[in-house]
Ligand binder design. Structure first.
Ligand code: SF4
Length: 331
């Protein structure tokens, strides 16, 4: 059996909010008891509303936020790290192997640096090249893979469009040849036509460079286009996880069903079929008892208010956390 590149077990990420005068200070549970595997070469999608914990989960894998409990294992066949217990020396090496593409290509690039210097910066900071010639060679190689002209390298970021800036940002992420990349809403700030261009670029870079992606998005149509496997998060927990085709053809959680029904359709007869979710996502400081979706779920029953649903496997690769997933009407 193939070893997962990223193996996560019962992960919790909590943040303390201020100080309490009496008793314990309030805690924000951003990620609560999440377990999942990301296989080598996979384009793994993570979806959910704002505040569902997607970004925190991505940052915990990169060790950009502290892990409260549980385990994250990274294993690329050459090195293996327990990310929660990683030493400072190991962390330096881990940073070369696991990287992040930022959401906003306008804020992510320093306006005072040339494109060459922006792309070269990770090589210099991580001391991956010995001479300027070697650095320039690597910068030219990745720039050409990201469809940037050599003449672009001398310019400053303000001279570029949103799509070009995102390609510069991707080149900077990939210049140190990582194994694993977290793409956090990486096309959300771009026009639709540019989004398609960047998604196709990511897909082609994945096969050229043997990359594994965690693709975080709130946009299910984008996820359907690019991901092999999708996990759905709600209020810090995973509610469903399945290969993309299975999830879109046969969602087994009411929240996934509501998200899928909200994808805009070009068919005028489909308008108005979106299943509206009532109410707001509850506060992660004080999540509801039982199933944390019961305050908005159209199928909730008394049991849902007291009993946390078990994470059950329905078929190969398809798991769900809902007491009544078998009673859900087929699409
Ligand atoms: Fe809805 Fe109950 Fe299933 Fe939770 S367990 S998703 S509240 S039906």
């Amino acid at each position: 059996m193939t070893t997962p590149l990223i193996h996560i077990e019962n992960l919790k990420v909590e943040f303390q909010l201020g100080r309490a005068l009496f008793g314990k200070p309030p805690m924000l549970r951003a990620v609560n008891n999440v377990s999942l595997n990301i296989m080598p070469g996979q384009f793994f999608g993570l979806v959910g509303e704002s505040g569902s914990g997607k970004t925190t989960l991505g940052r915990a894998i990169l060790r950009a936020v502290p892990i409260s409990s549980g385990k994250i294992n990274f294993d690329d066949g050459k090195v293996s790290y327990d990310v929660g217990k990683i030493s400072q020396t190991e962390l330096k090496n881990y940073r070369k192997l696991a990287q992040l593409i930022f959401q906003d290509p306008y804020a992510a690039l320093s306006p005072r640096m040339t494109v060459r210097d922006i792309i070269a910066e990770p090589l210099e900071v991580m001391e991956l090249t010995k001479t300027r010639e070697e650095t320039d060679q690597k910068v030219r190689e990745i720039a050409s893979k990201c469809r940037l002209n050599l003449e672009h390298l001398r310019r400053f970021p303000h001279a570029f469009s949103g799509g070009q800036r995102q390609r510069i940002s991707i080149a900077r992420t990939l210049v140190c040849s990582p194994d694993f990349v977290v793409a956090d809403e990486s096309v959300a700030a771009l026009d639709v036509s540019i989004q398609a261009d960047i998604l196709n670029l990511l897909k082609s870079l994945q096969s050229q460079m043997g990359l594994t992606f965690l693709f975080i998005s709130h946009d299910l149509s984008v996820v359907a286009h690019i991901c092999d496997h999708v996990a759905v998060m709600y209020l810090g927990t995973l509610v469903e996880s399945a290969p993309t085709k299975k999830l879109f053809a046969n969602p087994r959680h009411p929240y996934t069903k509501a998200l899928l029904s909200s994808i805009p359709s070009l068919d005028p007869d489909d308008s108005g079929k979106a299943q509206k979710l009532e109410g707001e996502i509850p506060s992660p400081v004080n999540p509801p008892n039982g199933c944390n979706f019961h305050t908005r779920c159209p199928m909730a029953e008394a049991r849902c208010r007291t009993e946390v649903p078990e994470w059950r496997q329905l078929s190969e690769g398809h798991s769900v956390a809902c007491h009544f997933s078998n009673n859900l009407p087929n699409p």
